[in-house]
Design a protein around this ligand. Structure first.
Ligand code: CA
Length: 279
């Protein structure tokens, strides 16, 4: 019994050795191409589609099928060991990924190898790899913030927090068609619209693929109105003591004037009397 098992192992080993030799003969598939437009530059398309042809010198009579694999590894090799239990695609020459949504600029690779119909242990051909095929269908994640209230409409500080974006656009409205895209900065001095009240500042973020997201913040603008008190120029008035003092001054002045006048009149009368006596 042991001899039978030993002979069987030797035979199997011999077949496997033969298969490895033949694997070097069976070459790569031909005309391998990506038909979904993926390449080094990321696009938003979720599904990668590949196509290929038979290896040179082989056809449907000699090829049993193909092993295919999408992953994020640049290189891969199909072997007898890692293909155990793996589905062999036997009819189609195209394959698509199922769901590569939520890929944020991830590079994918495609690997394929043919399997022939050699009996009893078929051979696996050389593995072909294709890539990178980059997908970005994830929008940036960002937010903006400003003061709750401001008394200055000009130069309001706006802080920006965002990931996965290469450009941003800040606006006082949501008319994004008139966006002036600029590089990402974490702080921006922003001018609010005229008029007191609740203001909303909007932001739009964009990654290099064109995926966008928006954010906003509200700021209450309170205008400061400066009241100028009118200056009233009044005529100074005298109080009661002032009136009394003024009355006394006027009274004394009148008395003095009367006395001066009488003195002058007396002097004139005196001179007239002398002259009369001479004639
Ligand atoms: Ca992205």
């Amino acid at each position: 019994m042991k001899k039978i098992i030993l002979i069987a192992l030797v035979v199997i080993t011999a077949f496997m050795a033969k298969s490895d030799i033949c694997a070097e003969v069976l070459g790569e598939v031909t005309d391998l191409d990506c038909t979904s437009g993926h390449g080094q530059v990321a696009i938003g398309e979720d599904e990668i589609r590949m196509e290929w042809g038979y290896p040179d010198g082989y056809d449907s009579n000699t090829i049993n099928g193909f092993y295919v694999l999408f992953n994020q590894q640049e290189s891969y090799t199909f072997t007898q060991l890692n293909t155990t239990g793996m589905t062999l695609r036997t009819s189609l020459f195209t394959v698509s990924t199922d769901d590569y949504s939520n890929s944020d600029s991830i590079a994918y690779y495609f690997h394929i190898a043919a399997r022939d119909k050699v009996f009893p242990i078929s051979n696996i051909g050389a593995t072909s790899s294709y890539g990178p095929m980059r997908i970005d269908n994830v929008e940036p994640v960002g937010s903006i913030a400003g003061p709750l209230t401001t008394t200055s409409r000009i130069g309001v500080p706006i802080t920006i927090t965002v990931s996965g974006a290469s450009q941003m656009c800040i606006k006082n409205d949501e008319n994004w068609e008139s966006c002036e895209w600029e590089g990402i900065s974490t702080l921006k001095s922003w001018n609010l619209t005229n008029g007191e009240g609740e203001k909303t500042v909007y932001a739009k973020f964009k990654d290099s693929t064109g995926n966008t997201s928006t954010a906003s913040t509200s700021i209450y603008y309170q205008e400061i109105t400066t009241t100028i008190e009118p200056k009233i120029y009044g005529i100074p008035t005298l109080n009661e003591w002032g009136i009394i003092i003024l009355f006394i001054i006027l009274l004394l002045t009148s008395i003095a004037l009367i006395k001066i006048t009488k003195t002058k009149e007396s002097a004139i009368v005196g001179k007239g009397t002398v002259r009369t006596s001479l004639f």
